[in-house]
Design a protein around this ligand. Structure first.
Ligand code: GLP
Length: 240
């Protein structure tokens, strides 16, 4: 894994945006694997600005998202579908028909996971963007998830519910279940870019880079990928 340490969130985001824009300029029909959370927000802002300046076009880009909360409709303000529209899709020239995210309100979540797994098989990712959970999760693959997994329904770890409760009015409102791309799906991407910012990610960054490759830290699997890059800011990299 290539490790890039930068000063702060702003620099991390610049590097993140550069990786995406390079991928899209090289292949205007690229398939991007996208993430939600606080980590990629500024990366997405920078991409929006490039698009507004006419330097970048997503007109033919296809996007597949990592995960979604079970039970939240796409219109729900805390759903990841809503997040993606608000923080990226509504402000760039991507065709919404080319954007995909698991449905949290499908009547049969198991069938939805199977549909998404089949979709991913047809859309190999040129670049997968990842954030990092404070417990080392990627997507919503919590510690203990088998590396061989495809899209599946998960019960969120208590620490994840706690971490993510900052975005909800009350902790009780945070869904306890989610649908997520599996680790095998994530590892299929040609290139993976994982970004981490802030002190609360320092232990997870350490375990990802220096720990043994183990299901107890899902992101440690990236050590086995042949084109994975970690961009961490100084605080997130402070234990390396
Ligand atoms: C969330 C998401 C992940 C995200 C991670 C980090 O639970 N499911 O896709 O990468 O946790 O979130 P943040 O970037 O807000 O720290």
């Amino acid at each position: 894994m290539e490790i890039i340490i930068v000063n702060d969130y702003a620099q991390m985001s610049e590097r993140g945006a550069l990786a995406v824009s390079e991928t899209v300029k090289k292949n205007p029909r690229a398939v991007l694997g996208l993430a939600t959370g606080s980590t990629p927000i500024q990366t997405y802002r920078l991409l929006i600005e490039q698009c507004e300046r006419g330097e970048l076009s997503f007109a033919e880009v296809r996007a597949v998202n990592l995960d979604e909360y079970a039970g939240l409709a796409a219109e729900h303000e805390q759903s990841y579908a809503y997040f993606m529209r608000k923080n990226l899709f509504d402000h760039i020239d991507i065709d919404l028909k080319n954007t995909h995210i698991p449905s949290g309100t499908a009547p049969d979540l198991q069938a939805e996971c199977e549909r998404y797994t089949a979709l991913l098989a047809q859309m190999p990712r040129d670049l997968q963007i990842l954030g990092l959970g404070s417990n080392g999760h990627i997507g919503f693959n919590e510690p203990g998830t088998p590396f061989s997994g495809r899209t599946h329904v998960v019960r969120l770890a208590e620490s994840t519910v706690r971490d993510n409760s900052r975005l909800f009015d009350r902790i009780e409102d945070v869904p306890k279940m989610a649908l997520t791309m599996g680790i095998a799906d994530i590892m299929d991407a040609k290139k993976i870019l994982i970004m981490a910012s802030g002190k609360n990610k320092a232990q997870a960054v350490y375990n990802t880079v220096k720990g043994e490759v183990s299901e107890s830290c899902p992101a440690s699997v990236l050590q086995k990928h042949n084109n994975a890059v970690l961009i961490a800011d100084a605080e997130a990299a402070s234990l390396l």
